[in-house]
Design a protein around this ligand. Structure first.
Ligand SMILES: [Zn+2]
Length: 228
């Protein structure tokens, strides 16, 4: 490791590796050290001359990298299935987000673009919610079938709705589930599935409707109550 004193008093630390290359390469890391690889024929004085010329740019790049690392946990959180996950941004080339070890980990090259990070997080939430909805839909249909009640073929659509958590078009065999339910516990989402499926047998919200729902989902009031 060597140090160059700059005209303004600052110092630039670099590490030189000799390689079988013709040119000189500079790579700066968040620790502020410049990693130089240069051909064996390049004089040391020439390398220091080039480093001094580029010092401003290299120090700025190091500062940017450091700032990005410090900001890796952006303080934002995301709710999934009733749990709050801190969002951690990890610089990488994968451009994806996943839920792991109690965190929502975002791998991206664009760590300072918050809107884009939110988009990746949103995509991960949608994927997980879609998986849950498939599972719950199968569960409800299986339990109904076991009770001798076979629901018609049903198309389930997940979409963002502003005024309701779900709907059932019993004539068309179509159930809509509000994508905002992804923030709520599994049991709450299940209660919405039971609610909508129950409309195949009861088109209103009468006592008989709720008796039907609670026969299959005894804790309906408790879990669905979170939505009020
Ligand atoms: Zn209803």
């Amino acid at each position: 490791m060597k140090t160059i004193k700059l005209a303004d008093g600052r110092e630039l630390v670099y590490e030189l590796t000799r390689k079988n290359v013709r040119n000189i390469n500079f790579r700066v890391k968040a620790d502020g050290i410049v990693y130089v690889s240069a051909g064996r024929a390049v004089p040391a004085a020439r390398i220091e001359e080039l480093l001094s010329e580029r010092a401003e740019y290299l120090l700025e790049a190091a500062a940017r990298l450091r700032e990005r690392e410090e900001r890796s946990e952006i303080g934002d959180t995301v709710r999934l299935f009733g749990r709050e996950y801190p969002i951690r941004v990890i610089s990488g080339a994968r451009e994806t987000a996943l839920f792991d070890c109690g965190e929502c980990r975002v791998f991206t090259k664009h760590g300072d673009d918050r809107a884009y990070i939110r988009q990746l997080v949103g995509r991960a939430v949608s994927e997980r919610f879609l998986g849950l909805c498939r599972e719950l839909n199968d569960e409800v249909r299986r339990e109904l079938a076991e009770a001798g009640l076979v629901p018609p073929p049903t198309r389930v659509t997940i979409k963002d709705m502003s005024s309701r958590w779900g709907s059932c078009s019993y004539n068309r065999g179509h159930i809509s589930i509000n994508s905002r339910l992804a923030a709520y516990p599994r049991e709450t989402v299940l209660s919405v599935f039971w609610h909508e499926y129950a409309h195949y047998w009861h088109h209103d919200h009468s006592a008989r409707f709720y008796a039907f729902v609670e026969r299959f989902c005894p804790e309906y009031q408790r879990w669905n109550g979170l939505l009020k």
